[in-house]
Design a protein around this ligand. Structure first.
Ligand code: GTP
Length: 597
């Protein structure tokens, strides 16, 4: 297909506005897939994705479309993840396109991620085609959504296409708009420059990398190199996704497809890297390459220490497909040998933990998530601390700096008061409040990342009864009055329960944690003391009193089966416990502690 008849576009939307359903419809309507296969949504191929209804990996698909002008076009559709944790992947997919379909739910209207995504798309200079989806819903409100497009996003309302991905309305109009409004790709010369925007590990084929060829051609048998590492490889195969891998003789300027080279792991290939000819390389890489760095860290430990190697193998396999996930061995006094893991955000963390449990059957404990703190010692030395257990003694610390984010929250007018209170509780500073229309406002605020990690999003959803939405971007570091809060069980500090918190919140959190631990630590043969300490000073104390009764005492008479059952049950319970010194702490305690904020 010639470059003039190629269109590269992606779909951007707030979560649940119908991106996957629409992609699916476009594939059907262009005959790319014969009929709906069993799985409901085709582009979300990972099980977990399907379950959570979120798109994690961007999958490009090539479609052939005969337009009303009588010509055949190749339309390359790139799916993009909708969640804030994956904003970097979104911007990479956008960089590979000339245009974007912007989907807005006709009943929900413009949301925080709609705004964030439009900003990203405009920054890349993309042509935006607004699509108002779900017009089949009884509460669809086209006039309001059109007004929001103009007022909030400065997009002319008459450009919008009314559609229903579910009922198949407006699909043809969308395809025609893609052909008519999105410009064809242009190549500056014939030097190979390819943007690598993702890579996956395939058990049979090895590393498969997704590429948008900006100029030149990728041809099997030729030597290429990646500009960030300067490493050379030989191209083994190239092709496009239809949506299955479909081999081609070569990929040319304007094409979106895949290449397979002698690359061993996805860690070798960085998303956003530039592929060029090894013999006739481009002088400059494509703009905007930036390494993805984890923002959130947590320890992951096997419940059973014998599973350490197995866990390491499972993590290695997950990493093959997800270069943004990093891990390295660490040990904890309380939990033994495990791994310190880095994630893009909390959702990313949950997904990895869930996959370890489900796909690899691992019984694991995860510690409280932590951000990366910058610590300046009194001797001027600067260090990064991603694990509270590694925080040096306060006496040698000059200053602790924490990461902050700029947060955009959209909420109905009536929730402003509650939202301001929540921002205050989370140590946020409101920068400005902007009225979006007669019903909603957008609040822009700076907050410590640490404060929004665990439950901020849930709290917004609760206080707005689901109508609020948020997005955030990193906004550097700032000095803060932070302290280490330690929990002691029978006088022993349990490193897995340690956290770095703001001084003003430390005592309250210490008390809440002690009370929670008292609830979840089962009675033992002797009294167990639980203490919270800030810088060695005890601020809260609880006792779990000693066990008085034999568990089988209730089984009077000779009911041996009941007695056995009870003992079995107790044994089961023990399996899921972790011995801290002489005290057995159930897995549940670790989870409960994570939930106490
Ligand atoms: P993420 O991948 O999580 O970002 O979601 P998405 O934007 O891909 O949304 P998805 O396609 O999964 O749709 C979300 C929900 O909206 C699903 O329950 C769809 O069935 C429903 N939906 C999508 N399009 C329409 C539509 O045109 N009309 C109606 N009534 N429902 C729709």
């Amino acid at each position: 297909m010639s470059i003039e008849r190629t269109r590269n576009f992606c779909i951007i939307a707030h979560i649940d506005h119908g991106k996957t359903t629409l992609s699916d419809r476009l594939l059907e309507s262009t005959g790319t897939i014969a009929e709906r296969e069993k799985q409901d949504q085709l582009l979300d191929s990972m099980d977990l994705e399907r379950e959570r209804g979120i798109t994690i990996k961007a999958h490009p698909v090539a479609m052939r479309y005969r337009a009303k002008d009588g010509h055949d076009y190749r339309l390359n559709l790139l799916d993009t993840p909708g969640h804030v944790d994956f904003a970097y992947e979104v911007s990479r997919s956008l960089a590979a396109c000339e245009g974007a379909l912007l989907i807005v739910d006709a009943a929900q209207g413009v949301e925080a991620q709609t705004v964030a995504n439009v900003h990203l798309a405009l920054k890349q200079g993309l042509t935006i085609i607004p699509v108002i989806n779900k017009i089949d819903l009884p509460n669809a409100d086209l006039p309001t959504v059109k007004k929001q497009l103009e007022d909030i996003l400065a997009i002319p309302a008459d450009e919008a296409i009314a559609a229903s991905a579910k009922a198949g309305i407006g699909i043809q109009d969308i395809l025609e708009a893609v052909v008519a409004r999105i410009p064809a790709p242009k190549a500056q010369d014939d030097t190979l420059r390819g943007l690598v925007f993702d890579s996956v590990f395939d058990g049979y084929r090895g590393v498969v990398s997704y590429i948008r060829v900006m100029s030149g051609s990728v041809i099997p048998g030729t030597a290429v190199k990646l500009m960030s590492t300067n490493k050379s490889y030989e191209i083994k195969e190239v092709g496009v996704f239809t949506p299955k891998m479909f081999q081609q003789k070569q990929l040319n300027a304007g094409d979106v497809g895949y290449f397979i080279a002698n690359i061993k792991s996805t860690a070798e290939i960085k998303i956003g890297d530039t592929l060029t000819d090894a013999r006739r390389p481009a002088s400059e890489p494509l703009p905007g390459f930036q390494e993805v760095n984890p923002m959130v860290y947590s320890g992951i430990y096997p419940i059973n220490t014998a599973d350490f190697e197995h866990l390491k193998m499972a993590m290695g396999k997950l990493q093959l497909n997800d270069a943004a996930f990093v891990f390295q061995p660490e040990s904890s006094v309380a939990l033994g040998f495990g791994f310190r893991c880095g994630f893009l955000g909390l959702l990313h963390m949950e997904i990895i933990q869930e996959r370890l449990r489900r796909e690899y059957n691992m019984d694991i404990i995860a510690t409280y998530p932590s951000v990366i703190y910058e610590v300046i010692r009194t001797n001027g030395e600067r260090l990064e601390v991603d694990n509270p257990a590694n925080l040096p003694d306060m006496s040698v610390i000059e200053e602790i700096r924490e990461p902050v984010v700029k947060c955009f929250v959209m909420i109905p007018n009536e929730n402003i008061g509650d939202m301001m209170q929540l921002m205050l509780d989370k140590r946020g500073t409101v920068e400005h409040t902007e009225s979006l229309d007669s019903r909603r406002v957008m609040i822009t605020a700076t907050l410590p990342l640490n404060e929004i990690l665990v439950d901020f999003h849930d709290k917004i959803k609760t206080l707005t009864r689901g109508y609020g939405s948020m997005d955030y971007e990193p906004a550097g570091y700032r000095a803060s009055d932070l302290v280490k809060l330690e929990m002691l069980v029978n006088g022993e500090p349990v490193d897995a329960f340690s956290s770095i918190v703001h001084r003003e919140k430390a005592e309250g959190r210490g008390r809440a944690l002690a009370a929670k631990l008292k609830e979840v630590i089962p009675t033992q043969l002797y009294q167990v003391s639980i203490q919270a300490a800030i810088g060695g000073k005890i601020v809260a104390r609880e006792n779990v009193s000693a066990m008085r009764k034999n568990v089988t005492a209730k089984c009077y008479g000779g009911d041996i089966t009941r007695k056995r059952k009870l003992l079995e049950k107790q044994k089961e319970g023990k399996k899921r416990m972790k011995a801290i010194g002489t005290v057995n702490i159930p897995q549940e305690a670790f989870i409960q502690v994570l939930r106490t904020s």
